[in-house]
Design a protein. Sequence first.
Length: 450
Amino acid sequence: MSRTDSRTGTRDEESVYDRRRLRQWLAGEARADGIERRDMLRLLAAAGLATTTTAATAGFAAPAVAAVAAPATDTGTATATTDRASAVAVPGIVKPLPDAWFTSRGTNAETRFEALAGTGHHTPTDRFFVRNHTATPVLDANAWSVTVWGDGLAGGGSAEFTLDDLKCLPATTRSAFVECAGNGRSFFTTQQGQTVSGTAWTLGAIGVARWRGVRLGEVLRRAGLSRGAVDVLPRGLDADYVTADGTNLGRVRRPLPLSKALDDVLLAYEMNGEPLPPDHGGPVRVLVPSWIGIASIKWVGDIEVSAQPLYSPWNTDFYRLFGDAYPAGGSAPLSRQTLKSAFELPWNASLEATAEHRLTGRSWSGAGAVARVDVSTDGGSSWRRARLHDAPRRADWVRWSADWRPAAPGTYTLLARATDTTGRTQPQTTVHNTQGYLFDAVVRHPVRAV
């Protein structure tokens, strides 16, 4: 495969790769990792499955971890209402989760967007959302290492890297977002009246941080990358993911095409200038800029380099688009994120009527940099351009603002609509898919002037 253009990205190349991968899987030509193909066909259209933990492992053994509470169930259907619990309690998450900053969602914690107002460009680590399949493992950084192995290395060998080894390699710092593929899922129901499965995120399953680490490509080359390598499969050290019917899918893992792995992917060991904390993948995580969050494997423990296409449940069954608008077998596996905007305001916020207000928010895109944001304060009848407060950058967001004076007391609907450098603008609606992925429509944000 050709190398991805690091300035603009080549979405066409990724689409070609995804279509080929889908054909290979359906034809039985892709090698399944850790699970029988008949089980995956049975789970093909499954979504929102409950999770439990098990002592069984898949692949390399994990280092010792500190005990954490068993995870809660992460399942359900997005509904038209959002719970605002008086306190956040998420078993299996290590860091404090103040109610003013987070909403509990099963095994996960969603950032309240209003908690980002005035915090600067990068999301403070203590306010960064948490997406867990099971529970956060607390690993000993001094005992941690990552093993790179597989028939995609010269001679089918392997290499091991400790944290100190990684820190001795040339370091790269990158500002980039991590965003769950289901971010915005609840709006399929609340705005479009459609039923979807999975965690009912609003818009807070995203964060932007300043990540520091070593390029994955550097590590692969030092491990002895061969000319026949095709795929790279990082695997986490969290507990096995077990579905509601008892099928053990092993540890979370998802293959990357070699072209992406060699382009801009990091093995990150710092977040916002500090050692990577447990809830965000410490000691080391994979960071895959612009792609859906599942690609950025946390707590990475081993990386398989393969000379043949690889398959895992997380790149074919759980992160594809199913529904009436898609083929019976689903879309190609998801890769890049989509386009979104959010106001830094509580839902149904009360604002003083006839007073001047500075509306603030953030917009981002997985396809290109955000070039423009337009804001409406009358439900979309009229639009005006917002002021951007950051230089547009790929795989990052921009902060923006717009002044507004409500003419009279009453209920208003605010809208923000982004356009990126590919020329794409947020649509009025998102094409429905049963698992509620990649919601990109303009969100209707209600406020009250009093």
